[in-house]
Ligand binder design. Sequence first.
Ligand SMILES: [Zn+2]
Length: 414
Amino acid sequence: MSDDTAAHFGAWSQEFSAWAQTQDVGRVVIITPEDLLNGRDPTGMSDEARAALLKSFIKRNFPDFDADKFDDEYLSLGRNAVLGQGRAQSLDVDGDGKNDLAIVIAASRDQTKEQAAAKSAHLTPDNIKNLRGTDLDWQAMTIAHEIGHLSQPNKSRDKNLVWEIEAEQDMVQFMTTAHKKGLISDLRAVDDLTLIRNIGSFYFKDDLQTHVVGPGVQTPSEGPVPVAEHDHVFQEPLHQAQMDVSRAIGVDLINDTHRIKVLEKMLGERGLYSFDAYKLPPMEIEDKRAIVDILRGKVSIEDGVAVLPADVQDKIAETFENETEILGIGALMDDPALMYDMTRRLYLSGDFDDNPIGKQYAYEFLTAAQAHAPENFSVFNQDEKFIPPIFKQTDSFTPTDHLDNSQNLTTMKP
Ligand SMILES: [Zn+2]
């Protein structure tokens, strides 16, 4: 890193190099936005200008780093760099399966912990409360997470979340070491970060669902966590729990007008190119007439559907349920208080109990909302305790190389 950035981080900067070594990367440079900007405002700058700034800065300050190797990446890297959006880009130059060069983009040296947390939670910084640790600790956690990515191959489609969990688990490991060395005084800052990520993910804000790492990461204060080789192991239970909440809201909203609209759509969508979601199974002509009778109000929905073949009834029931969830999602979108309240009610009545990973997401969402964004979610009792699900101890982590790294860490020279 630059002298200015190193001075800003003080003793941490030695620590970052030690962590980078555990990732087995030949050469790593760490960049903060201030390195590039010198007080300039990045908002009006073109991506080309940002890219040029980043590349020339690296060439000037780290002449032994082969900056040309990242020519395909500067356009997007430059953008991340001036805006302080944490990112790790590594490169296996000689194709031996190990990364030789890496650029780590850090957050702004002025970033407060509330700003850092707000990004993960998809809230504004003034909504965020009660974070442990200092602003500098939170900046270091961003760098720690990004360094955790350096040993990883280029991301693949079905393992993005798994790699994120691994990087976050490495972050926990790095910060635990830093705590032993006295660099961070309150290690519970780590819990606050992993917890707060669940606000964004459980509350439908992280559409890509690659940073929904919470339940897969074991912090120093937590017991064993579920282990996964593939993203869907986490994403499906999360989705299921979210849909439980949406359905519980939607059942009070759905009415016959909605149901009639759905039936109209289903009847109209039977063509070759219709969406599967609305596509009815093949039917006899009298079955179609029965549906038309419902649409014309000749019979009630209930009586009309009852005479249809079982597979058609099932499809209609399933589509009504989807519609219920869609209505629920719509109602929840701009109503964090409703999201918190319904999640809490379902949690206490045991609705998530058959879905332990989904329940863990709900648990972390409730706990995070309560501890860190009580006003935003209209939490009325901040001291309420929820009982989390329990996961059994397993031998493996997610994916597998944490144990090796942690052994390296304890013997690493400062
Ligand atoms: Zn990441």
